[in-house]
Design a binder for this molecule. Structure first.
Ligand SMILES: O=C(O)[C@H](O)[C@@H](O)[C@H](O)[C@H](O)COP(=O)(O)O
Length: 253
C-alpha cells in the first residue's frame, strides 16, 4: 500500500520538467546523506526526456555524487542498440552520456534493457534484465527498492509498457515482461511488471497536456488498472503525481 499520495500541479510542461529535475536532484542529495547507493528508474516519453535534459542543464547537477547512483529503465522499446527511438538512446543523449564521459557516473551503473540483436525476443531481453535486477535486489526481493521510479503516462493511461487491456498487466511472480502488439509504436517492448513497480519506495508520474486529462482523472479516481494502468503506479512510501494545469484539468481527487 502507498503511504502517501501527493499531486503537484505546475503551469506548463516546461515548468513541470524543470521542477521535476530540481526535485530529483534534491531528493538524491538528501538520500546520499544517509545511504551510499541510490537506485533511480528513468522513463521514456516527452516529459520524461525533457526532465532529464533539465537535470543536465541544472546548476544542482554537481550536488549529486553520481558515483553512488544506479540508473535503470522501467520499460524499453525493443529496437536495435542506439536506435534513436530507444528510451535508452534518448536518455543517453539528454543526460546519461554526459555524466559517464565526465567520469561522474560509472558506466556499469547504467543498467539498460538489452536491445534487439543482443536479445532475439522481448522475452529474452526481459529475462536478462530480470537477472540484472536480481543482482542488486535485497534478500528475498526480485529488484531493488527503487528510491525514485519515474514514469510518463500515455493518453490511454499506460505507464511503462503496461497498456490497457494487455496481458502484461496480470503478469506476476517475475520482475519484467515482454510486450507484443503495443498500441504505441514500436509494437514490441520490454516492461517492469506491477510487482516490480510496487516494490519502489517512491513512484513519480509526470504528465502534461490536455490529452492526458481524462487518464489523470481516472488514475487519481482509483480506476481499475486494466482500464487505466497508471492507477496502479504506486510506491511503498510515496506516490507523487507531477502534472501541468492542462493534465490536471479534469481531476477532482
Ligand atoms: O516508451 C515509451 O514511450 C514510454 O516509456 C511510455 O510509457 C511513455 O512514458 C508514455 O507514453 C508517455 O509519453 P509522452 O510523455 O511522450 O506522452
Amino acid at each position: 500500500m502507498t503511504a502517501e499520495r501527493r499531486v503537484v500541479v505546475h503551469p506548463d510542461a516546461d515548468t513541470l520538467a524543470q521542477a521535476a529535475a530540481a526535485r530529483l536532484l534534491v531528493r538524491l542529495t538528501d538520500l546520499q546523506s544517509t545511504q551510499p547507493e541510490t537506485h533511480v528508474v528513468l522513463t521514456g516519453g516527452t516529459v520524461g526526456i525533457k526532465t532529464l535534459a533539465a537535470v543536465a542543464a541544472s546548476p544542482l547537477i554537481d550536488a549529486v555524487d553520481w558515483s553512488g547512483v544506479h540508473l535503470w529503465w522501467g520499460d524499453e522499446r525493443f529496437l536495435p542498440d542506439e536506435d534513436v527511438d530507444r528510451n535508452e538512446t534518448q536518455a543517453r543523449e539528454a543526460l546519461v552520456d554526459e555524466l559517464v564521459s565526465a567520469g561522474a557516473l560509472p558506466a556499469d551503473h547504467v543498467h539498460a534493457m538489452p536491445p534487439l540483436g543482443a536479445a532475439a525476443t522481448p522475452e529474452e531481453s526481459a529475462a536478462t534484465y530480470a537477472a540484472e535486477l536480481a543482482r542488486f535486489a535485497p534478500d528475498g526481493a526480485r529488484a531493488p527498492a527503487f528510491d525514485v521510479l519515474l514514469f510518463g503516462m500515455g493518453p490511454d493511461g499506460h505507464v511503462a509498457s503496461l497498456f490497457p487491456g494487455h496481458p502484461a498487466l496480470d503478469v506476476t511472480g517475475v520482475a519484467t515482461v515482454g510486450v507484443h502488439g503495443s498500441p504505441k509504436p514500436p509494437p514490441e517492448r520490454v516492461s517492469f511488471t506491477f510487482d516490480t513497480i510496487h516494490g519502489a519506495r517512491e513512484v513519480w508520474v509526470v504528465a502534461a497536456g490536455a490529452e492526458k486529462a481524462d487518464a489523470v482523472a481516472r488514475a487519481l479516481g482509483g480506476d481499475d488498472v486494466h482500464g487505466t494502468p497508471a492507477a496502479g503506479a504506486t510506491g511503498t512510501e510515496l506516490t507523487l503525481w507531477l502534472v501541468d494545469a492542462a493534465a490536471a484539468g479534469k481531476t477532482t481527487a
